[in-house]
Design a protein around this ligand. Structure first.
Ligand code: UT7
Length: 345
């Protein structure tokens, strides 16, 4: 008698899976006309050179933790979970240097004693944070992680500086990730990421840190963001293009397979140059920069949330999220869009 040998079918590789998505914008808007009334700029320049029409700005009593908590609440409601095992907050504008902002957010979300920490990687912070969260999930250190990107950029932008004031806005977005398997809807692919500190001074808040503690009024300007716009622009296009290819390749996708490219909303011309360089048609590259500006680490989850609500992200689509920011830092990952995900804004 011959027995057929039972061959165990290989179990699919573990992956972090997206199950919740939310975002929050403070209600106050600042239009280009508002800016042009007090700065040497025009609505036309801002629209054509950056692609922004308006941005949301938090009131003086609102801090990054407030924005983050609102987005976190929406993401957990979207995921239909009341508990997560860890909270990671990507931000360049924490409430304070000490303590971290994430524990405050976790406390306000009713998550007592869960591990919670801030992650600083500039505008790439959110994709870095999802990468760390996926690692925690793979290692079974955490089953479910809340990842938030939140910024009050208006706290660190000089309102009198026309090279930065038109660009940045405030806001927050968040996702809930849990354990799943590669290839299933919602699964994140491997991340590609990197940094280059040689360009640390290209986007910098020079004062207030250990290198240059600001304790005199003469240092006030050093507490604002200083940016070498042209240099950042050139590197952003090159790095985002490259890291997008790397993430797609790592997932076994051709660039042509990408249904939606979610690019960090820094400048509409950066997104267009990346799409053009990769040969991805513009209709596959959603954008919300016109209404929110550059929200740094909040940019990617805000765009995911708005694109899902607008019906631009559909079940099973092959999505790449890709970002670049201060450091320099850059990061990208693939994502199969989930079947039943209701984004809440
Ligand atoms: O999130 C990651 C971090 N940020 C970024 O990725 C931003 C990347 N950089 C950029 O988006 C662009 O470089 C900026 C939007 C910052 C600047 O645009 P640009 O096309 O690179 O302008 P530019 O700095 O080369 O300046 C062009 C001209 C200059 O005038 P001249 O010298 O040609 O007479 C500037 O003085 O535009 C002038 N200019 C402005 N004019 C009106 C610069 N800022 C303004 C302004 N309004 N706000």
């Amino acid at each position: 008698m011959i027995f057929a040998r039972k061959i165990a079918s290989p179990s699919p590789a573990p992956a972090a899976r997206l199950i919740g998505l939310g975002s929050y914008l403070p209600s106050q808007k600042v239009s280009n006309a508002d800016l042009a009334s007090r700065l040497d700029t025009t609505d036309d320049w801002i629209r054509t050179r950056i692609g922004i029409a308006e941005r949301h700005v938090a009131d003086p009593d609102t801090a990054t933790s407030d924005l983050a908590t609102e987005a976190g609440l929406r993401a957990m409601k979207s995921a239909q979970v009341e508990h997560v095992d860890a909270v990671i907050l990507a931000t360049a504008t924490p409430d304070h240097h000490v303590p971290g902002t994430a524990p405050v957010v976790a406390h306000r979300l009713g998550l007592p004693q869960v591990p919670a920490f801030d992650l600083g990687a500039g505008c790439s912070g959110f994709v870095y944070a999802t990468t760390v969260a996926a690692g925690l999930i793979h290692a079974k250190t955490a089953g479910t992680v809340l990842v938030i990107g939140a910024e009050k950029m208006s706290a660190v932008i000089d309102p009198a500086d026309r090279s930065t004031a038109p660009i940045f806005g405030d806001g927050a977005g968040a996702v809930v990730l849990t354990a799943g398997h590669a290839g299933e809807p919602g699964a994140l692919g491997p991340a590609a990421w990197g940094s280059d500190g040689e360009h640390a001074d290209a986007i910098i808040i020079p004062g207030g840190g250990s290198r240059s503690p600001s304790r005199t009024t003469a240092d006030l300007d050093d507490l604002y963001v200083h940016m070498k716009g042209n240099e950042v622009f050139r590197h952003a296009v090159r790095r985002i293009t490259h890291v997008t290819r790397q993430a797609a390749t790592a997932a076994g996708w051709a660039v042509q397979d990408i249904d939606r490219l979610i690019v960090h909303q820094a400048n509409a011309r950066i997104s267009a140059a990346v799409a053009n360089g990769l040969g991805i048609p513009n209709e596959r590259v959603p954008a919300n920069i016109a209404r929110v500006g550059n929200t740094s680490a909040a940019s990617i989850p805000l765009l995911l949330s708005h694109s899902a609500i607008d019906g631009q992200l559909k079940a099973g689509q092959r999505v790449v999220v890709t970002s670049f920011g201060a450091g320099f830092t850059w990061a990208a990952t693939t994502l199969l869009w989930p079947v039943s995900l209701q984004a809440l804004a």
